[in-house]
Each structure stands twice: as C-alpha cells, then as structure tokens.
Design a protein around this ligand. Sequence first.
Ligand SMILES: Cc1ncc(COP(=O)(O)O)c(C=O)c1O
Length: 413
Amino acid sequence: MTHQLDLDFIRGQFPSLTDAPTNEWAHLENAGGSYVPNQVIGLITELFSHAKCQPSWDFGPSVLATEAMDRSRVVMAELFNADPAEIHFGPSTSQNTYVLAHAFRAGWAEGDEIIVTNQDHEANSGVWRRLADSGIVVREWQADPTTGRLDPADAAALITDRTRLMAVTHASNVAATVNPIRELADMVHAVGGRIVVDGVSYAPHGVVDVQALDCDVYLYSAYKTFGPHIGMMFTKADLLEEIAHQGHYFNAGITSTKLTPAGPDHAMIGAAAGIGDYYDAVHAHHFGASAAGRFARTSELFDLFGTHEEALMEPLLAFLRERDGVRVVGAAESDHTVRAPTIAFASERRSSADVYAALIEAKVSCGHGHFYAHRLVTALGLEPEDGVVRLSAVHYNTAEEIERALAVLDRVI
Ligand SMILES: Cc1ncc(COP(=O)(O)O)c(C=O)c1O
C-alpha cells in the first residue's frame, strides 16, 4: 500500500500555516524554528491554565504538572528508542552542551584529546574547544572547503588512544548532509572514547534510533521539531554513571538532576509530549489504528515525510545545480537519506543579503548569514555576515511554496 502525505490534514494541525496573518508566508526557515501543532499548543495552554506550579508535591495542580513532565520523558524515550532515565531536559542545546562539557572535563586528565569539527553549529563546538584552556588537546576535523562535507577518513586520522570524545553533528544546519554516526561511534568507541551527536538539524527529518547509532549523547532542540522552546538530550545510561554531577550538592546521586543545574521550564517539558501526540495523529490519519509501538509508528511516518521532503528539495537543488556561479553547501543530491531539505547556497553574482531581501519581498520566510555555523561558512571562503542564503523545508511545506521561492531565485541569481 502506498501512502501519499495528506498535506491538508497536516497543515490543518498548525495555526501558523492556516490562520492570518502568518498564513501568507511560505515558511522556509524551519531550521531556525519550526511551527507548532495544536497538540503542543493544547498542552501548553492546559499546563499554564491548570498546572503552573511546583511539581512533585501532592496537591492537585502539582500532581498534574508531575504527570505531564513524566509523560514527556516517556514519550521522548519512546521516540528515540531510549530509556526514560536517559532523557534530560534543559533550556536549550547550547546550555546542555555547556553543562556536558563541565561534566566530562572532571573525568579527564591534561593531555587527553577530543575531536571537534568545523562543520558543527557552535553549540557543539565552542564549549569543547574551550577545554584547551585546561590542557585538553583539541583536534579539528575539517570539512571540505568547497562542498562543506566531512570525510570520515579524515576523522580516523585524528583518533589516538588518548581520544576521549568526538563532538559531531548528525546533519549540519548549513551543509545538511547526513554524517555516518554509527561508523564514527565505532571508531571512537574502539579507543574507549565517547561520541556526542548534535541531532538538532537532523531530528525534524528522520527517525532517531540512539541504540542503532550507538551514540553516547544525542542533542535535540524541541523547538526545531514542532515542539516548545526547550532542549533535550539523550545520555547513555553507563555514561550517566561516569560523568560528574552538575546539579546542587544535596542532589548528588539523583541521576535525573545530574545534568540539569538550571531549573527547567516545567510547562514546556510537559508540552514536549505534544510532539509525540502530533506524530500519532498524523500516523493514525495515514495508516489507521496501529498496534505497533511509538518508535515503529514514528519510523513509518518519517519514511513518508522523507519521500515528501525529497520531492520538495529536488526542484530547488536541480535549479541551483544548473545556475552558473551558484554554490550549494553539502550534498548536491536530493536523496532524503543523504541530506535534509535545508538548502544553503551562495551566488557569485548577488550578495546573500540581496537574495534574502528579494525572497522576503515575495513572502518567503528565510534567512542569510552563518547561522552560528560560523566556522563552516568561513572555511567555505565566504564572508560570514553575508554568508549563505538558507531555505529549509519540513514535511508540512508544499510544492507551491518551493515554486514561490524558485520564481524569485530565477529572477535574482
Ligand atoms: C544544528 C544545531 N545545533 C544546535 C543548535 C543550538 O540549539 P539551541 O538553540 O537549542 O541552543 C542549533 C540552533 O540553531 C542548531 O541548528
């Protein structure tokens, strides 16, 4: 049985897509922040209306808050094929990596080595690089300066028996090409190291199986994946035992607070379960009632999303490939297992700021610059403030929205 994505149903879940005044925009800045469906909005409203208080006590609203937060942890664990104890919420991915870097450093000695890339968003780069100040040797795995892609053979050459960690993105928010995480994990694990994977830009486009990837940490920003503005990280159970406690001293030994020194936003944590509720609603609409578990249902759904996203990015990539003087960052092909539909490009003829302005004029939501992948954009030989133009789609985008962008690009580049 083949399934066609029912875009009317899907878009009907997102008020920003259906209602004025936002519905006049073709939202192609999803890599910066995706819209939220009614399932998430409903939970935020419910939790702010009836459970906006301190959780963990026995009074009614507090019980509701606790239940909502616990449910989110379970839903997230199911989505990532993890255990709920391995799920940690924090204010953002950037804050989560900041905490992680402290937690890891406590167990390392001067002269221990880590590998970072110049393809990553700064959130999974700067905090690790700063450890050089305390005697950690930082090795940079460099992307190809023309394509922006990483070659695993270059990573292999950087690994030694002192490698403690590799920090790498699953798919960069600019190059968007899927990196072979399992292969990298195996390489790092062979010398007793760990791998921290930034999945922020990958997770809106593919199912994430942390067990199959064998990653030690998987970073996720719910607000890029149809959820509220919080960060979440999967941390493998044995790693959690190993790294240093970052919470208050009297909570030492409580793993659920080990990596959350900041009081997280309870209502937003509770609302994160709405991402799973949304996937369930879309799954039920397309596949009917299912006895399969959440992870299996979500995998099936992402196959459908991937096929649609591939159809969205193909005309855009085809156009950009053929235009003289235009450089696309990352893989040139539209296979959704190879790249996400986050298309960043630069034109020799027009500044990215000009192209951006023309797109905005036509009500195409997008951005330009370095998108905090400052090192990558610089390594590509571009001036980072002007940087690249980025058009980033997700499964709710339509062929007409891509056509609107293409009509502008045809005129200006
Ligand atoms: C690939 C990637 N990693 C990490 C981050 C940082 O996430 P947060 O805003 O949750 O700190 C972003 C945000 O743009 C991103 O695109």
